[in-house]
Design a protein around this ligand. Structure first.
Ligand SMILES: CC1=C(/C=C/C(C)=C/C=C/C(C)=C/C=C/C=C(C)/C=C/C=C(C)/C=C/C2=C(C)CCCC2(C)C)C(C)(C)CCC1
Ligand SMILES: [Fe+2]
Length: 347
């Protein structure tokens, strides 16, 4: 037996598990919204490229606003995945550790901007790659290892915008982490990462098509095209908020034990309302921090000013504690690799 979304499911003959309604229903809704939104943004980028070049900040700002809540229930994940009763003293410890990790990351990024940004970008690629493979596994009920799809998704979402839009990202990098543009956009490094990304993405697409995994191939192709065609801030905003963030929220909806009955009856409205209500306070706290950093000149670092660099700095600082929590969640929610042998996952 394997564990999916906190519900046990028996693997079928092919090694794939029947995907429980608890996770299938919200994930299907989130997938429909994210794929449609990405397709619309991509088509606009193809038909009227000037629109996103001029209005990039809009999808970026909306993406931040919609994407921040996906981490806002991180402090509850250990209880939802561990199946133990919530104790207020342990909750306070988790909250304090989370805030401390985010503050330390923010300060480290101000003190050592270039190495910190490089580490955070690699961390982001791992985080997005794991998110894509876990969602693929949860959708099909088949285990997904840390193989080509994980690397291809990380590269498509993090390396491709730098490869396709060097002139656009350069000024943002120069403000976010002075000196980082020369390192990240170094022509030899770009050539190596560019060839590596092309090989891994194309190989994954071909393997998916040959293996009959057409939806997975279509999603990877859509994401790659989005980051190639649409200017990076607009593409990132769409991906972060409406793709990665929304799918993560769908997984959270399935994890909260309070939603079990509604999801079993395929009712989504109440579970979505519950998750939004629970995430409102932590989201507001992060938005207040963002507002204070924007309002008080110099607080985010001497050179950093404006929504784009401060928004990115805040979101990147949250990446570290968020990644730590999501790593635990992924281990407990994704179909286990040994499902094929009928083993049980570490629920
Ligand atoms: C719970 C809790 C809370 C809350 C939390 C939250 C709300 C979270 C979130 C989280 C998150 C929200 C996360 C995030 C992540 C992110 C990421 C992962 C990012 C990445 C990025 C990138 C990759 C970028 C890139 C770039 C650059 C750098 C430049 C320009 C261009 C581009 C855009 C491309 C608090 C603190 C209140 C308290 C305690 C507890
Ligand atoms: Fe995330």
């Amino acid at each position: 037996m394997i564990a999916l979304g906190g519900v046990r499911a028996r693997p079928g003959a092919s090694g794939a598990a029947a995907v429980p309604t608890a996770v299938a229903v919200p994930l299907r809704a989130a997938t429909a919204v994210s794929v449609s939104a990405a397709a619309v943004v991509l088509v606009v980028g193809l038909v009227a490229p000037g629109v996103w070049e001029r209005w990039s900040w809009l999808p970026f700002a909306v993406g931040l606003l919609v994407g921040i809540p996906h981490g806002a229930l991180d402090h509850l994940v250990p209880w939802w995945t561990g199946g133990t009763a919530r104790r207020s003293r342990r909750l306070v410890v988790v909250l304090l550790a989370y805030v401390a990790l985010a503050v330390l990351t923010f300060v480290a990024a101000r003190l050592w901007p270039v190495p910190a940004l490089l580490v955070l970008l690699v961390g982001s690629a791992v985080h997005f790659g794991v998110g894509e493979t876990t969602v693929a596994a949860l959708r099909t009920g088949r285990p997904e290892g840390r193989g080509p799809r994980f690397i291809a998704s990380g590269l498509a979402t993090v390396a491709v915008p730098f490869l396709a839009w060097p002139a656009t990202v350069r000024p943002v990098l120069d403000v976010l982490a002075p000196g980082s543009a020369a390192v990240i956009l170094d022509p030899r490094a770009m050539l190596v990462v560019g060839i590596g990304s092309a090989v891994v993405i194309v190989a994954t697409l071909v393997a998916d098509l040959v293996g009959g995994r057409r939806p997975a191939a279509a999603e990877l192709a859509l994401l790659t095209a989005l980051f190639v065609v649409v200017p990076p801030l607009a593409a990132f905003g769409l991906y972060f908020g409406v793709w990665h963030g929304l799918r993560h929220l769908a997984r959270l909806v399935a994890l909260d034990p309070a939603n079990a009955d509604d999801l079993a009856a395929r009712r989504l409205a109440r579970p979505v309302g519950r998750v939004l209500l629970q995430s409102a306070l932590p989201t507001t706290a992060v938005l207040v921090v963002l507002g204070v950093l924007l309002a008080v000149p110099g607080l985010a670092g001497h050179a950093v000013a404006g929504l784009v660099p401060i928004g990115l700095a805040v979101v990147l600082a949250l990446t570290v504690p968020h990644m730590a929590v999501v790593a635990v969640m992924d281990r407990r929610q994704r179909p286990a690799c040994h499902a094929q042998n009928g083993g049980s996952s570490p629920a």
